[in-house]
Write a protein that binds this ligand. Structure first.
Ligand SMILES: [Ca+2]
Ligand SMILES: [Ca+2]
Ligand SMILES: [Ca+2]
Length: 196
């Protein structure tokens, strides 16, 4: 069985230990996230849920548009297994905001074809941003399939008109080395299930 096919199972096994919020980065306490794709705010992610909470767009309905850009690192032995919406509030109801991700410590804010992926997001119930990005990119870019492995990533959220308050969960999951006892045990379970 390909190792990649085991990942969802490994994630499910890790859930009981990974549901607590490990990191909560909130603009109210920590300041506005960078407006600059060339100088993002660096946020240290750890195993579990890393929650980013902020406000973007036209703050107070006036003034320049606030972009929020941050960089994080997925350490060796870990995967980014989910990007899900924790909260989203738009003053005038359903709305589409823009997001982009690149596998670098910067993100190009003028040429989306240079992104790993990009797309539109909103407060649709159950919307998982990672699936939207996996299905994309909508505006050019290289695209990706499945979980994102070790490396640097930069995330950019942008709203074109309104003031939007958002919370986004980034789930980081440890992946056992192939050959580890847990992996072998899981592989054995799968084989048993198939034989039944
Ligand atoms: Ca902001
Ligand atoms: Ca900002
Ligand atoms: Ca894809």
């Amino acid at each position: 069985m390909p190792f990649v096919k085991l990942l969802p199972l490994l994630t499910a096994c890790a859930l009981p230990f990974g549901t607590a919020t490990a990191v909560d980065w909130n603009e109210l306490n920590d300041g506005d996230l960078s407006d600059d794709g060339n100088a993002p705010t660096f946020i240290t992610f750890t195993e579990g849920i890393n929650l980013i909470e902020g406000t973007m767009g036209s703050l107070g309905g006036v003034g320049p548009l606030d972009a929020d850009v941050w960089t994080f690192t997925i350490a060796a032995g870990y995967y980014l297994t989910g990007i899900t919406l924790a909260s989203y509030s738009a003053p005038t109801g359903p709305h589409d905001s823009f997001m982009a991700i690149d596998d670098a410590t910067t993100v190009n804010m003028s040429d989306p074809s240079l992104h790993l992926s990009n797309g539109l997001w909103n407060d649709s119930p159950g919307s998982t941003l990672m699936e939207i990005l996996d299905a994309g990119p909508v505006y050019g870019g290289t695209g990706f399939d499945g979980y994102l492995g070790p490396g640097d990533y930069t995330f950019w959220v942008q709203e074109g008109s309104e003031e939007i308050q958002y919370g986004i969960n980034f789930e980081v999951t440890a992946v056992p080395e192939p050959g580890s006892s847990l992996l072998l045990a899981l592989a054995g379970l799968l084989l048993l299930r198939r034989k039944r």
